[in-house]
Design a protein around this ligand. Structure first.
Ligand SMILES: [Zn+2]
Length: 325
């Protein structure tokens, strides 16, 4: 037999063709495994940022041939897919771009593995919900293999990061352990600048990025109504541009913040302005009477006064994710 050139998958073969000390119980090494990775496994990579691009390249080099890359940004997804295909022979990467929430659910049913390279907890929580939604159990209450959508959750948050495998029905899912995350208050700048998904992203963009662009050197003064108004109108513009509803500081958002604020963690919140009750969470009769105010902007409830004192009462020490840690 002629000596052939070393195969392109020489290093990979060491992992895939022979057993080792750290393999799982269902790992069956051999050429079939290598072929399956190459021919029939479809992987979805969500996120084409710093983490997603790296993952895409690694998956391509690991021998996966059918990859789908999903990102909100068209240029990012396209460029990443094109570059990796140029560099790794035989890999086929289809870029997709839209907000992940806009994809129909059956889009996800096609993939054998979902790999997450996302920064936001919200987005990861969404994909987790979708993937767990496919899970079905057999009559003995065991997860049916063909409905298990394994996820590799890689996440970065500022300078922190982690990776783990989620097997719906077997391991805890993303939602089961969401209380392990500290409350998310800061947004990564790339999300703010390129792919806002929520009203908060738009407000932070106006406040953190746009302000400096326009007011060179002048610092933002939260006590100055003019400054606040400027940020507000920039945020509204941005929200309109990206089709995001809700850049009005509603009473609901205000109460949510009180409940989630790590120092406050209030329950049974009541909010009043100049002696008028805007909302009371308890007792139920008063809750019902004041409930309709929840959807209104605080600005309107306060009679169009942009700066004033609002009184808040409530009970502290609610057990939430942040004081369980
Ligand atoms: Zn769970």
């Amino acid at each position: 037999m002629a000596v052939s050139e070393p195969s392109r998958s020489r290093d990979l073969d060491k992992l895939l063709l022979r057993p080792g000390h750290i393999i799982g119980p269902n790992f069956e090494p051999g050429p079939e495994l290598r072929e399956a990775i190459k021919e029939s496994v479809k992987v979805l990579v969500v996120g084409a940022g710093g983490l997603g691009c790296e993952l895409l390249k690694d998956l391509a080099l690991t021998g996966f041939r059918t990859l789908m890359l999903e990102d909100v940004g068209k240029p990012k997804a396209e460029v990443a897919a094109k570059r990796v295909m140029e560099r790794v022979n035989g890999v086929n990467i289809t870029p997709h771009f839209c907000r992940i929430e806009d994809k129909p659910l059956d889009f996800y049913s096609d993939f054998n593995i979902i790999v997450l390279g996302l920064d936001s907890i919200e987005a990861r929580s969404y994909i987790n919900g979708v993937a767990c939604g496919f899970l079905e159990y057999d009559s003995d209450d065991n997860p049916r293999d063909e409905t298990v959508k394994p996820m590799v959750d890689g996440g970065t948050e500022g300078f922190k990061g982690h990776a783990r495998i989620i097997l719906p029905g077997t391991t805890p899912c993303f939602e089961c352990t969401i209380w392990l995350f500290p409350p998310q208050v800061k947004f990564p700048l790339c999300t703010l600048a390129e792919t806002p998904r929520t009203a908060a992203h738009c407000i932070e963009y106006a406040h953190l990025i746009k302000w400096d662009e326009v007011h060179s050197g002048k610092s933002f003064d939260p006590d100055n109504p003019e400054d606040m108004q400027w940020v507000y109108s920039e945020a509204v513009k941005r929200a309109e541009l990206f089709g995001i509803p809700g850049v009005t500081y509603s009473l609901t958002q205000f109460i949510d913040q009180l409940e989630d604020h790590p120092r406050l963690l209030l329950t049974r919140v009541s909010v009043s302005h100049r002696g008028k009750n805007l909302y009371m969470q308890a007792p139920p009769v008063l809750e019902e009477m004041t409930r309709s105010n929840l959807d209104l902007p605080l600005f309107d409830l306060m009679g169009g006064i942009s700066k004033d004192i609002v009184h808040v009462n409530g009970m502290a020490a609610k057990v939430t994710r942040s004081n369980l840690v």
